[in-house]
Design a protein. Structure first.
Length: 701
């Protein structure tokens, strides 16, 4: 029997009893109950015995516990009294000895001052001796001996900081330092030039001892700078068989080799190489004027100036990457690659990036100048333009690549201007062709001019598609280049180096505006111009296509007058479409055949549908306008016109179009009997009802 449940906080006697009788399956429940009660009584007796034993033990030990507690309380009171006595004694000692401690402190201070004064007197005597001896040592030109004297005087001067004549002594010491520096400078320069570690270390210790370590670093920087400047001069003067790219690559190689050797040498001599970035920055900045001068001279001799500049920029890119890699290999962190060095490397191209737009415009003009040879024949001119579209767009794509190769995207505003200028000049050729078409369409065969217009439309459509693709690629390239800079904020944005502050601000404003556009576009201006040219070309094509229809409509009135000579009312089968409308129908049915080559080209089907739809609509509109000018229309003429309109409707239906609502209502109104005209015309336009009623001379009720 498990009685562990009795100790639980949520013990339920009823649940426990039920559980006991569920577990065992005994037929005699009475005997089981008796057994359980007996066991419980036995457990109760055991518990009672344990409680009595524990109670007796507690009662026996309670007096001893009370006694121990009382003793602890007494000892605590005694300890408190003793601590109070000690505190009073400490207070008394502090009060009695305060004056003695003050006296001791005063005596110690006096002792320190006396020792300082003694040392100052000793150093003053030492200073006098050194100042007298150093003149003799200077005459020996022994640099080490002079340096030892100067350093000793420097140490003495520290002790004499509170002397009355401290300023005079300091000026005197600076004079000795200047004389020593002048004496040592030739030897110092020779040691740095020859990269003598031992000699250089000696001068480092010397200059550090006389507190002129910074001046020593300036000597080292001047030596390095002079050597590298001299190397550039030697390259330019002696290597006349090569040009600026080879000179620049060789100069960069010299700097990189110099950097790698100097890092180790400086760590041996100076203990670190922290001064080197500033030295190379100064060298690159100083040499910028000379290098730019050589570039300017070479640039004037180049036909492809942008490619020349890009080749130089590639050399600088490789140098910057190699410099950074070398820095990492020598133990520097990537973040240690100084911004100043990158600025010194790439600021060389700032003036050329500012001219990028002009240079790119010239380059594009040269690239596309020979693509379009003007012709007096519009058909030939359209063929020339069709062939020139792909090379023109290819030239623009090359311009985009040049922009990012030379300017890292910094020249996007100049690129935008140059590309739009190039495409606008190309659009001028299309405008010229359309002017030729306007002049020649009266003199040339209609189908020939029609085909010319279709080819022109296709060329414009191809150009639009190519420009849209170019625009999307350019937008993606601009935004991607900006994202790469945003993802690596630790890296220097080269665009900020290649541009002036104002130009950089303008570029970032342009990129921000581009990001906020629902449909980002860089070439929006030229796309708008292209759309206008496309609309005008569509209209010119429509005019050419509609000319035969217009000519037949001009013959319609004569045909109607001829048909109205018959006064007798004929049955419906006695009427047939007149020749003018059948000519129009036959012409419309031949249009898809002429448009078939146009339909076969990519993107041409929708253009053809638009053209056919516009011709169908224009036919209906012009036909309706002509009908509404008629007067005194006889019943036979009205019947004939309705037959003609029905024929036109069938033709348009075969082409996939339908009559306009206006001409459909005119046909309906022309068919209505005069006596029921007012009733059956309900639902038609009131204006058309009145005009047709007046046309047919139907009296109003």
């Amino acid at each position: 029997m498990d009685i562990s449940a009795f100790s639980a906080d949520d013990f339920d006697p009823k649940e426990w009893i039920n559980q006991q009788f569920k577990v065992t399956e005994v037929p005699d429940k009475e005997n089981q109950l008796t057994s359980v009660v007996s066991k419980l009584q036995l457990y109760v007796q055991q518990v009672n015995g344990a409680i009595e034993e524990t109670s007796e033990h507690v009662i026996k030990n309670l007096p001893r516990v009370m006694h121990d507690t009382d003793m602890i309380q007494k000892e605590a009171i005694l300890l408190k009294d003793k601590m109070q006595v000690v505190k009073e004694e400490i207070t008394k000692i502090q009060r009695d000895t305060a004056s003695s401690m003050a006296t001791l402190e005063k005596l110690d201070k006096m002792k320190t001052e006396l020792q300082t004064a003694k040392q100052a007197l000793h150093e003053a005597d030492n200073w006098t001796v050194l100042a007298t001896d150093i003149e003799e040592v200077f005459e020996t030109h022994n640099i080490d001996a002079v340096a030892a004297k100067v350093i000793s005087m420097q140490q003495s001067l520290v002790v004499l900081a509170n002397a009355v004549d401290f300023q005079e002594r300091q000026l005197q010491l600076e004079g000795f330092k200047n004389r020593l520096e002048a004496m040592a400078s030739p030897h110092l320069v020779r040691a740095f030039t020859n990269k003598s570690v031992e000699e250089s270390r000696k001068f480092v210790e010397m200059f550090a001892g006389m507190q002129r370590a910074a001046q020593l670093l300036k000597y080292f920087a001047r030596c390095e700078k002079a050597a590298m400047v001299q190397e550039w001069t030697r390259l330019v003067e002696l290597d006349q068989d090569h040009g600026v790219p080879e000179w620049l690559a060789a100069f960069y190689h010299l700097i990189l080799s110099n950097w790698q050797s100097n890092v180790k040498w400086c760590q041996q001599v100076f203990g670190n190489s922290d001064m080197l970035p500033a030295i190379y920055t100064d060298v690159l900045t100083t040499m910028q004027k000379d290098i730019c001068g050589s570039i300017d001279v070479a640039l004037k001799q180049q036909m492809d100036q942008l490619s020349f500049l890009i080749s130089l920029k590639d050399i600088s890119d490789r140098f910057a990457n190699n410099f950074q890699s070398s820095s990492l290999q020598l133990g520097n962190r990537e973040s240690d690659f100084p911004v100043q060095i990158q600025t010194a490397i790439y600021s060389l191209y700032t003036s050329y990036v500012s001219q990028y737009g002009t240079l790119e415009e010239r380059q594009l003009t040269r690239d596309v100048s020979d693509l379009v040879q003007t012709s007096a024949d519009p058909t030939e001119m359209v063929q020339v333009l069709a062939q020139a579209t792909s090379p023109v767009v290819l030239a623009c794509n090359k311009a985009v690549n040049r922009c990012f190769a030379l300017t890292n995207g910094a020249g996007i505003l100049g690129l935008k201007t140059a590309v739009q200028f190039c495409l606008s000049k190309h659009l001028d050729h299309f405008r010229g062709v359309m002017r030729q078409i306007e002049i020649e369409k009266q003199n040339k065969e209609e189908w020939s001019m029609f085909q010319t217009c279709l080819n022109l439309l296709q060329s414009i459509s191809d150009l639009q598609n190519s420009v849209n693709d170019l625009d999307k690629e350019l937008v993606a390239k601009i935004l991607d280049s900006t994202k790469s800079v945003d993802k690596s904020p630790s890296e220097v944005d080269l665009r900020s180096i290649l541009l002036t502050k104002q130009s950089y601000h303008q570029m970032m404003q342009f990129i921000s505006a581009l990001r906020e556009m629902n449909e980002p576009s860089v070439l929006e201006d030229v796309k708008e111009k292209l759309e206008k040219v496309s609309k005008k070309a569509h209209q010119s094509t429509l005019d050419v296509m509609f000319a035969p229809i217009s000519e037949q409509l001009n013959n319609a009135q004569a045909a109607w007058q001829s048909s109205s000579s018959t006064t007798q009312q004929l049955p419906d089968y006695g009427y047939a479409p007149l020749e003018y409308i059948t000519q129009i129908g036959e012409y419309l049915m031949t249009l898809p055949q002429h448009l078939e080559p146009f339909l076969a080209k990519e993107g041409g089907e929708s253009q053809a549908d638009v053209l056919l739809g516009n011709v169908a609509k224009q036919t209906c509109v012009s036909y309706a306008d002509l009908l509404l000018t008629l007067h005194d229309v006889s019943p036979n003429t009205a019947k004939q016109i309705s037959i003609d309109i029905g024929y036109l409707g069938n033709v348009l239906e075969d082409l996939g179009f339908s009559l306009t609502d206006t001409i459909s209502q005119i046909a309906t109104l022309l068919k209505l009997p005069p006596d029921t005209y007012h009733v059956q015309s309900a639902g038609c336009s009131a204006k058309l009802v009145a005009m047709v009623r007046q046309m047919r001379n139907i009296t109003s009720s």
